[in-house]
Every structure is written in C-alpha cells, then in structure tokens.
Design a binder for this molecule. Structure first.
Ligand SMILES: *Cc1c(COP(=O)(O)O)cnc(C)c1O
Length: 393
C-alpha cells in the first residue's frame, strides 16, 4: 500500500485552511504563527488584499494564453525587474529549479555561442541547494538527493563553502561559470561574506566566467535589500529567483545581462506555463508591495529587532542553542538539541519554523511581520526551548 500522494515528504500532522498576514489557522480554528512562510514564499503574508485583488481581477479576464503570443503582464514585470536590478532581460518560470535550469543552460550556451562549447562546467559550493531536477541536484552536489537517480549530470565540480583557494584551483579550460547562493538557505543559513562575493566577481572577470547568483530564497527583500547581493556592491551576470516573487503563486525567473543572454535566441528555451497571466499579475503585485517607499527600510528595522531578541533567546537557553546567524529576516538558530526536536517543540507552541542543514532551525517570517509578532514568536520559542530542557533533565 502506498499513500495517495507520493510519500516523498516528512509532513507534520497539521493542515491549514486559511491565513491572514503572519498567522495561519487549522480547520478547527487553531491559530499558528507562521515564521516559515512556506520556505520564504509568502513574502507579503497570507491573504494580502493587494495580491488577492491582482489575482482575482486577472482571473476574471484570462488565465492562460501562451508564450506563442505577446504577454503584457510578463513584459511589465520584466521591465520592473530590469529597472531595479543589474538585469537587461528576463525569462519566466514556475519554480526555482526551472529558473536555475535556465541559468545553467544560458551559461553553457554563452560559451557555446562564443565558439567554446567545451566550457560547460559550473563550479558550485558545498552546502548549496539549487532544486530537485536532474541538473540542479548535480549542481547542489548533495549525495542524499543524487543517489539512485542514474548518472549524475556532468559538469558541476564542487568546492568547500567560501574556499576561494580551492575554487581558483578548480577553474580550468572547461569552466563556464560559478554558481552561488549569497546566503545559503537549505544548507543552514550561511551568509557568504561581502568580501568573498566581490572576490568571486573579480575571479569571473579575470577568467572570462559568468557569475550566477541563486537568490531563490534570499531575494525579494528577505535581507532588507531587494536582492541580497546588493549588500556586497557587486552584480552577477545571471540570477535565478522564485519563492518570494510569487508571494504564494508559482513563479520564478532567470534574470541576465544582454551579454550573458546572447546565445538564448528564439527556440533555444521555453516553458508552457512560465510567466502565465495569473503568475505575473501576482508577481507585479508583490513588487508593488516590496518596492513601496519605506518597505525595505521596515524589513531592516524588523530584522534588527529579530536579531536582538534571538541573541537574548540564545543567552536564555545555552543548552539548546549554539549560535544565531543569518541576514535580515532570514535567520538561523544553530541548535545543540536536534533541530527536529526544536522544530517539533515550536510546533507544539503553535509556531511554524523550518529545519535546515547543519542542525539549524530557520526563521523566515513574511516580510510584513511586526515587532509584536516577533515578540510573540520569541515567547513561543522560549517556551519551546524550556520544554526541551525539562524533557532532557
Ligand atoms: C527552494 C530553492 C530552490 C528550488 O526552488 P523550487 O521552486 O523548489 O524548484 C533553488 N535554490 C534555492 C536557493 C532555493 O532555496
């Protein structure tokens, strides 16, 4: 016997029927504070009136046309992403993995179109996560995701996290580019230093490589800037985004400079659903919210409050918490107790948090979180940590 839904997930025994802002409710009406945001997806909170309006208004007009025709919603969203980033062109997808697939294909095609098809290797970093397609599991390099699925897709050499020396040794005549999350999400909320990101840009420029950022999790305001790499003052050639840009509607994108994208001519890539009218209506609404003057400033302020309160929590529970790390509203609690136990204890206190690598618990609240919400989440975490200490004693 197998479950009707393929049992590839370890699901908590709880479901949610509706949400509002930072809160979600079970069918029985029990309230939970959502500090996971469905893994950094519900950027504007649940049931944001502006997003509901954008989606329902579009739903009354037309749901799907096709990339065979002009797509005004895509064009508007592309122009706005371009205005606010390094990018000059955008390809729309339905997910993060597809945004990475486009990024990887584009980097390979760039060199092929330049007459160097042998340059198809993309160097990645240990602890990376880039999605679950065959190419993106190879890029992520995690054995647990790769094993049993046939030969690993070729061309993704990997070096230790933040090891510039190892990276430089790995660059060769086959190297096409470097792929990195400015803040690792699944790997355990590890931020790459601004100095390292700048060094990567230098290395790419010196070796004719393309620099690819995966901002699927850390982008769209999560760190207090529209994109995390802005803190380092460098820009990539290609960038994959998803999660937060859809605010809960499946939407991703691959952003690029004209130079990096020059090989991607008509017929080289495509998607049936990518950037459909419903998705781009919501994507535009998310940008309305996030680009509103003062919004990112308020994310920075909330992030400071969260960081301070987490520092207090760590001091209060040295037996449970080892370290607090992260950036903006993308924070990690490195645990001494098993992170699964901390996550379960938080769930018992009606607080949703998410596990990550290196025994970390992730806090990724909607960007509209208030100081009061943060205070309440810390109270619940405090009780969760106390319950763990009592159990251990
Ligand atoms: C979630 C994630 C992906 C994959 O996105 P999907 O929408 O699940 O395909 C890729 N990269 C990073 C950094 C992510 O966090």
């Amino acid at each position: 016997m197998i479950a009707p839904v393929l049992p590839t997930y370890n699901r908590a025994k709880v479901s949610f029927e509706r949400g509002e802002g930072v809160r979600v409710y079970t069918p029985e009406g029990e309230e939970y504070l959502d500090f996971g945001a469905g893994v950094a997806v519900t950027s504007c909170g649940h049931a944001h009136p502006h997003l509901i309006k954008a989606l329902t208004e579009q739903a009354q007009k037309i749901w799907h046309t096709s990339n065979l025709y002009q797509m005004p919603g895509q064009e508007k969203l592309a122009r706005r992403l371009i205005e606010n980033t390094f990018a000059e062109t955008v390809f729309f997808t339905n997910s993060g993995a597809e945004a990475l697939e486009c990024s990887i294909k584009m980097a390979r095609k760039f060199h092929a179109a330049n007459g160097n098809p042998e340059r198809f290797h993309i160097i990645t970093f240990e602890g990376a996560f880039h999605g679950r397609t065959l190419a993106t599991i190879a890029a992520g390099g995690q054995a647990k995701y790769i094993e049993g699925f046939g030969p690993k897709v070729e061309g993704f050499p990997q070096v230790p996290f933040d090891d510039i020396e190892a990276l430089e040794k790995t660059i060769g005549p086959e190297t096409a580019g470097i792929l990195i999350e400015p803040v690792q999400g699944e790997g355990g909320i590890r931020a790459v230093s601004n100095a390292s990101l700048r060094k990567l840009r230098e290395i790419c420029d010196a070796n004719g490589l393309l620099l690819i950022f995966d901002e699927v999790q850390c982008g769209i305001g999560r760190t207090g800037k529209l994109f995390a790499h802005e803190w380092a003052g460098v820009t990539p050639d290609i960038m994959a985004i998803a999660k937060g840009i859809g605010g809960g509607f499946p939407l991703g994108a691959c952003l690029a400079t004209a130079r990096a994208a020059h090989g991607m001519t008509a017929g080289t890539h495509g998607s049936t659903f990518g950037g459909n009218p419903l998705a781009t209506a919501v994507g535009n609404a998310v940008l309305d919210v996030v680009l509103e003057p003062g919004f990112l400033e308020s994310v920075k302020q909330r992030a400071l409050v969260l960081k301070q309160k987490l520092a207090w929590l760590k001091d209060a529970h040295p037996d449970v918490i080892e370290e607090i790390r992260g950036a903006g509203l993308m924070m990690g609690i490195k645990c001494k107790a098993p992170n699964t136990a901390v996550q379960a204890a938080a769930l018992e206190q009606h607080l949703l948090v998410i596990g990550a690598g290196e025994n970390v618990v992730r806090l990724l609240p909607p960007l509209v979180v208030t100081d009061a919400d943060i205070g309440e989440a810390i109270n619940r975490l405090d009780r969760a940590c106390t319950s763990l200490s009592v159990k251990a004693a």
